[in-house]
Every structure is written in C-alpha cells, then in structure tokens.
Ligand binder design. Structure first.
Ligand SMILES: Cc1cc2nc3c(=O)[nH]c(=O)nc-3n(C[C@H](O)[C@H](O)[C@H](O)COP(=O)(O)OP(=O)(O)OC[C@H]3O[C@@H](n4cnc5c(N)ncnc54)[C@H](O)[C@@H]3O)c2cc1C
Length: 387
C-alpha cells in the first residue's frame, strides 16, 4: 500500500514558515537579486552561512555534531520557502540534503566530528559521485576502482555529470573495492569513499550546459590516495548505503519547484490587469498541482518523522513532481505568443529562457522517470514486504 496522508501544518510549523519568509524578505528583497530556479540556484557561501546561523541547515542532524534534531517536516518547510524564493542555495544544497544525513547514519565518530559541524554551519560543500560514462541508471555497474594499499585506498576511474565538482570541497564516491569476478552479484563489492576534491590526481572538468552554464563536470581520479579513515561506512556495503542516500535525494520540494518562479512571475505580470480565462485556467491548474505536490512531499516528511522509510512514495513524488515541472512550463510556453528575447530585462522572460533550456534535465537528474516507476513497482511487489 502507498502511504500518502494529507495533513495541515501545526501552529509551530506555520510559525517556522513565517520566520523563513520574513528572513528572506529582509535578507534578499525581491528585485535585489536574480532568483534561481530550484536547486540550480546560485552558490553563495555567505548566504549559506547565514542559514547555518539561523539553525536552518543540518536541521535533522544530532545536536552534538552541530545539528538541531528537528523534524524532517521542519526541514521541508524551510527548503520549500527557500526554493519558492529562488534563494542561492547552491553552495550547501547537496551537503544539507544528503551528504550530511548519510554521514550521520554511516560514518565513524571521527568523520562525524570532522564533517557534520561544517555542514551545519553551511561551510562545507559536497558532490554526489555516482554516475559514470557507462553507468547511470544501472549504477551497480560502476567501474571506478579503489585498491587497498597499506592504510590507504588508491582510487582510479571516471565520474560524470558531477554537479559542482570544480568548486565544491568533497565528493562521496561510489566505487568498486572487489573485482566483479570476486562477487556473485554486481551490487556486492561496492564501497563509498569521502574524497577531498583538491587531492592530487583529481581533475574536475566542467561540461558546458545548453543554458550557457557549466555546473556539472567530468571528474577523473588518477591514482588518488584516499586515507583509510575516509572510508564511509563498511567496505562492501556501498550499494546499501548508496540506496539510502538516494532516498534523501527524492521526494522533496526541489523535485517540483524548479519552474515555480516562471508561473509566479507570469501571475505578477498580470496582477494589475484583467486575467483572461486561459490564464486563469493555467494558473488555477498549476495552483491545484502545487498544492497536491506540497501535500505529497509533506506526507513523505511526516512518514520519515514517524520512523518510516518511504522510498516508494519518494520515487513516486519525484516522478510526478518532475513531470509537473515540465508540464507547467509547457503550459506557460503555449500561453505566451512570442519567443522570449534573450537580450531582455524582463525577469519573466529570463526565467522562462533558463527554465526552457534546463527543463529536459528535471526528469533525468536524480534517477530517470522510467527508473523511478521501476523502483515504485518493485517496492510494491508482494515479495517486497509492502502491501
Ligand atoms: C542536471 C543533471 C545533474 C546531475 N548531477 C549528478 C551528480 O551530481 N552526480 C551524479 O552522480 N550524477 C548526476 N547526474 C546524472 C544522473 O543521475 C544520470 O544522468 C541518470 O541517473 C541517468 O543515467 P544516464 O544519463 O547514464 O542514462 P541511462 O542510464 O543511459 O538511461 C538512458 C535512457 O534509458 C532509460 N533506461 C535505462 N535503464 C532502464 C531500465 N532498466 N528500464 C527502463 N528504462 C531504462 C532511462 O530512463 C533513460 O531514458 C546528473 C544528471 C543531470 C541531467
């Protein structure tokens, strides 16, 4: 059975939402910055540090490591407001969303003390080192290899589409620590290493994206020496750990708010005039869908707070959310009767251009929609233990 439950925010949760809105209005008044589209927003370590000071990073992490032991719902409320505002969340996004929780779950005491406080202060940035040129959906086929050498591991291989690798501090690398012919299942013999992106032998080459940015990279590891103390969790448990990491990647507001500002700006452009029936239909449908997706993500967060592991619900929320991000953009594109001008000063047109160029990636990054449907179908099989 799929467990999506509708719920309202409590008085305390609404207060948190109001606090974030007030902070954003004071810190980043509208018109004073170029808003970003979802998690693709700009990197601003100073802004990330301010969120850290407010206690809005590492919210669900243990207090002894700088976290705040708040609920997944509280984190959802904060991230939803940040993304709706187009705030520059790029610097801390991956560290706060998934590297921090994974380190809290699997790392040694020394690793927790080393990394978590910096993540909670918004200082440290992390990358996801999963995909390779020949391993995307079929992630268990990764060939990046780490060989044990004394107290260290020597890493060789290539990762691709690694967001932020040319600027971030650390990367969690999924790699093979046993050869394929030494295991009976390719999901065995995989491990995760925490690698300093400034280590000798690491090269991060930005890949130009169609919108003119170059946020993701090809990363090569050429005899990179990784100290044994930077093995994350157990050697050989990389697959299970990585799957739990993916659960943090899906189901949040970042999977349905990437084009929100385009729809909001369209409404702003019409707020003092007559709204046609076509526009009312477009915006009405969008609002209904935003509300539905807000409820799905809220339900996932409430389930996590009850101790659940809503992997199926997260996969479905991402599948529906990313499809909607594209659908609402297509509806806006069908509504506007001329192509946006690339030399424009209009915020709406600038957002529309960026959204149009980046939207195809929404249903690919973090796992394609075909794979998410497959995750949901497998999770709902009677043999999966769920009914
Ligand atoms: C903007 C962006 C940012 C990214 N950032 C990162 C990052 O930071 N770190 C990282 O590790 N990766 C990152 N990725 C990579 C992303 O996770 C992969 O692109 C994704 O998992 C798909 O893998 P692939 O590109 O190799 O496609 P493939 O796996 O080759 O898939 C190609 C097509 O085949 C379909 N397909 C494949 N297998 C099946 C199947 N079994 N059943 C049905 N259909 C199937 C897929 O759905 C897809 O349509 C990023 C990608 C994008 C677009």
């Amino acid at each position: 059975m799929i467990e999506f439950q509708c719920s309202e925010l409590s008085i305390e949760e609404r207060q948190l939402q109001a606090d974030v809105r007030e902070f954003l209005a004071a810190e980043l008044p509208r018109g004073s910055f170029m808003p970003g589209l979802g998690m693709n927003a700009a990197k601003d370590p100073v802004f990330s540090a301010k969120l850290g000071e407010r206690g809005w990073l590492g919210m669900a992490l243990p207090t002894e490591y700088g976290g705040h032991e708040r609920s997944a719902v509280d984190r959802f409320i904060v991230t939803e407001e940040l993304l709706r505002w187009g705030a520059p969340v790029g610097h801390h996004w991956v560290a706060d969303r998934q590297s921090g929780p994974v380190i809290a779950k699997f790392a040694t005491e020394a690793q927790k003390r080393r990394f978590l406080p910096g993540i909670c202060r918004g200082e440290l940035s992390f990358c996801i080192g999963m995909s390779e040129p020949a391993s995307g959906s079929d992630l268990a086929s990764v060939t990046t290899r780490a060989i044990h050498d004394g107290d260290s591991w020597v890493l060789d291989g290539r990762k691709i589409w690694t967001t932020g690798a040319d600027r971030n501090d650390w990367i969690v690398v999924l790699c093979r620590t046993s050869l394929l012919d030494e295991v009976t299942d390719k999901r065995q013999g995989l491990s995760q290493l925490i690698v300093d992106l400034r280590s000798p032998g690491v090269t991060a080459s930005p890949i130009p994206f169609i919108d003119g940015t170059a946020d993701f990279c090809e990363v090569t590891f050429d005899g990179v020496v990784v100290p044994g103390e930077l093995v994350l969790g157990e050697i050989g448990s990389g697959w299970t750990q990585n799957m739990s990491e993916l659960a943090y990647e899906r189901g949040g507001a970042d999977r349905w708010l990437s084009t929100y500002l385009v729809a909001e700006e369209l409404l702003r452009n019409h707020e003092h005039g007559e709204i046609s029936d076509d526009l009312a239909d477009l915006l009405g449908e969008a609002v209904a869908n935003y509300w539905l997706l807000h409820q799905l993500s809220l339900s996932v967060a409430r389930s996590i707070d009850r101790g659940g592991a809503p992997a199926v619900e997260s996969a479905l929320a991402k599948e529906m959310g990313t499809r909607f991000e594209q659908d609402v953009l297509n509806a806006v594109l069908a509504f506007v009767d001329q192509a946006p001008n690339t030399a424009t000063d209009s915020l709406f047109e600038r957002l529309l251009i960026t959204a149009t160029l980046t939207a195809p990636s929404f249903t690919i990054r973090g796992g394609t929609n075909e794979i998410l449907r497959s995750v949901a179908a497998k999770g709902l099989r009677p043999s999966s233990g769920r009914r």
